[in-house]
Design a protein around this ligand. Sequence first.
Ligand code: ZN
Ligand code: ZN
Length: 279
Amino acid sequence: MLKLIFLGSGGGRFATITQKRRTGGIRIISDQGGINMHIDPGPGALVYSLEMGLDPRKVRAIFVSHSHLDHSNDAEPLIEAMSEGTTRKRGVLVAARSVLKGNEVCESSITRYHQAMPERVIEAIAGESFDVGGINVTVCKAVHSDPDTVGFRFEAKEFGGFAYMPDSEYFSDISKFYSGLRLLILSVLRPSGQPWEGHMTTDDAIRIIEETRPEMALITHFGMQMILRGPEKEAELIERKTGVPIRAAFDGMRVILGEEILISGESRRGRDLSSFLDL
Ligand SMILES: [Zn+2]
Ligand SMILES: [Zn+2]
């Protein structure tokens, strides 16, 4: 059984700088504790992790989809936590080329100093597969303003398969990467009728889910326009159009991927940040 904990459900510039929705990414932990990984640690990943009692020193793998701040900002502090305050080489960093090396439009977002701390650093290239802690990881295609952006697909016997699709627009061979899954997580920045190149709207999500047909889909990474429109309403619209169960993520949401897919957790919004883990 796997638990996916949403340390945020916001994305884009304005949700990030206001923290109208948190931007800490997703922590994934198995019930035995053997799996502990973090996807897209945006601003707040470290602080919200501590606040929610999720010890960042237990993280063993960090995935970064691209070199934008709302996905990569807290990768460095999480790497320091994973490497026991830089005292030991530990864990795996899986990151897009732009994140590690930079490209023509983005600076690298993790310093070489931090890239030397994990035991293994994997440059994520779409189509490649490898094992991380007993999970088969396949790097998936994405189409975004950072041309090196990638998604991630995770498969193991215990929980089947789930995937995270980061900022991306629709593309024609989408089902090649994201079909046959139990759970698909989509970064739906904008509501229906508000397209923006390189990003996903509710309308794109409908098309993607119709083509990939997961058992359930979660929408997250909401920008300000989506937040004002109401992500739950947009999730209902996608469900109505596709017939696939859809849930809108909220800050603090917990998803259990076992025999069934269960959702729990209460929104942490408004809670003060003083209840840190006893370190
Ligand atoms: Zn983003
Ligand atoms: Zn982006």
